[in-house]
Design a protein around this ligand. Structure first.
Ligand code: GLU
Length: 306
């Protein structure tokens, strides 16, 4: 990592840390309310393998919806193009847990990153894998190089106890014919998937295959074809930030994905991935300081895809 990049990241952190943040924790998952809201960390991994982080970048947090990109990657790897008959590729323009458009589009979610879409992806994985819960975990262990990665029972149980909207979404899609398995089994897997925890360093490394044409950085193992990689990156750009995806492209200018745990991962194809974490969320459910910090980095480095 060049000293120039290090100082851009360091400065962005120093600019962002003191900002007044009126955002709120995602308390609708009770376990997420126990997090220190003032945490802030950032880590960049370049595709030459060098990496650099500042602040709370080595502290684990709940990656939540960021995991939806990884479940989609596994589903695309197994199913290829057939997957797009079950889930669309359009921004939803509605909240991440909205039921609204499902009736209009006959149970086909607008994209794989809103909750309804990610629930359908879980259903697809259950239909095609012997043990989707274990095989997905193995897949992420391999991508992240964290051999002992496990689901967080505390977070999954906390969400299972209160996830009424997700239960409603899954049952509604089932009634429209686009969930093939038992809704209870699909939801269990969905909640487990969202319960994974990583720190910014691990998250930026895990996503580096998407900045590297579909190949893992450390051993060159091919995870996705370059065309599949292009598709996932395009979906992150257009649908990765709930109904604030336009704003993120406008301000930061990179494909990425956020989660209600306050994490964001963003990447520049063939150059780098970055992960940030700051738990207070803005009104659209994205990390307030996370977005500010990334905007500062791409502005000062003049490195956005645009
Ligand atoms: N597990 C969360 C939910 O279903 C994920 C939401 C998110 O991070 O956007 O509500």
């Amino acid at each position: 990592m060049t000293s120039n990049f290090k100082s851009i990241i360091e400065n962005a952190y120093q600019h962002t840390k003191p900002l007044k943040d009126q955002g709120k924790l995602a308390t609708y998952i009770p376990e997420l309310a126990n997090v220190n809201p003032d945490k802030l960390g950032v880590h960049m991994t370049k595709i030459d393998g060098t990496s650099f982080g500042v602040g709370d970048h080595l502290e684990k947090f709940s990656i939540q919806s960021i995991a939806k990109v990884l479940s989609l990657a596994l589903a695309v790897k197994f199913l290829g193009e057939k997957i797009w008959t079950r889930v669309d590729v359009e921004p939803s323009g509605t909240k991440f847990d909205s039921l609204l458009l499902l009736e209009t589009y006959k149970g086909i979610p607008r994209n794989p990153f809103v909750n309804s879409g990610a629930i359908v992806i879980c259903d697809i994985l259950i239909s095609h894998l012997e043990n989707a819960r274990e095989e997905f975990l193995e897949f992420v262990r391999d991508l992240s190089d964290i051999p002992n990665l496990t689901y967080s029972d505390n977070i999954a149980d906390s969400e299972k106890a209160t996830g009424y909207r997700n239960v409603a979404l899954c049952n509604f899609i089932k009634s429209l014919g686009n969930i093939k398995n038992d809704p209870a089994e699909v939801l269990d897997f969905y909640f487990d998937m969202c319960s994974l925890e990583m720190n910014c360093e691990q998250l930026s490394r895990t996503f580096s295959f998407l900045a590297n044409g579909g190949k893992k950085l450390n051993d060159g193992k091919k995870i996705l074809t370059s065309s599949q990689t292009k598709r996932l990156n395009a979906l992150m750009l257009t649908c990765g930030f709930y109904d604030e995806s336009g704003e993120f492209a406008f301000k930061v200018g990179l494909p990425g994905k956020s989660g209600v745990g306050g994490g964001i991962v963003a990447l520049y194809p063939n150059k780098y991935t970055m992960a940030v974490w700051s738990p207070r969320l803005n009104a659209n459910g994205n990390s307030f300081k996370g977005m500010k910090l990334l905007e500062d980095i791409t502005t000062h480095s003049e490195m956005s895809i645009f």
